[in-house]
Design a protein around this ligand. Sequence first.
Ligand code: ATP
Length: 190
Amino acid sequence: MKVGLFFGSFNPIHVGHLIIANHMATHTDLDRVWMVVSPQNPLKPKKSLARDYDRLHLVRLGIGENLRIEASNVEFDLPQPSYTVDTLAFLQEKYPDKTFALIMGGDNLASLHLWKNYEHLLENFDIYVYQRPGVDLSSFASHPRVRVETAPLLDISATYIRDCIREGKSIRYLVPEAVYNYLEANTLYR
Ligand code: ATP
């Protein structure tokens, strides 16, 4: 089974993230997509970053019932900061029967050379890239391990959603209904 890992802080998850996850889970040879929630760095808690388990809960609510997409908290218990290459090594050991791949936006691909052991990542893992507006695909795009996907894009960010919540503006339809209902009923991001 081939699993694509989509990393993010998901603070909170929004439909832009889910459209990418669903595209990768249904338009490529990936059997599953795991949305890996990045933990808060205990040494530098960021005021605007909701607690790990709140964000994980929202990712689960956002995905809803879907056999191909799952939330993952694998990085919560790994040493921090968690580097992708280390998380992959851990997952490969824990799930020897699965093949892991990475999902990232063209913006991330362009700065891949700054990642820990990026040559090892490129040699050993398929990387599924979706284009982002205004970002030129770097020379990595022609690497045999890199597959460029054209997925539908929405110009939404979690920052925008947090700003809306703080200003008392509606975020309806920007996040899945279950996430919307949860955020309406809670003080998260207020
Ligand atoms: P923030 O505004 O807090 O920085 P974000 O919405 O960009 O958050 P992240 O949790 O950082 O969300 O996103 C996880 C991954 O999804 C990142 O690689 C990010 O580039 C990508 N991403 C974020 N928003 C979108 C979007 N609208 N469409 C496609 N990809 C997105």
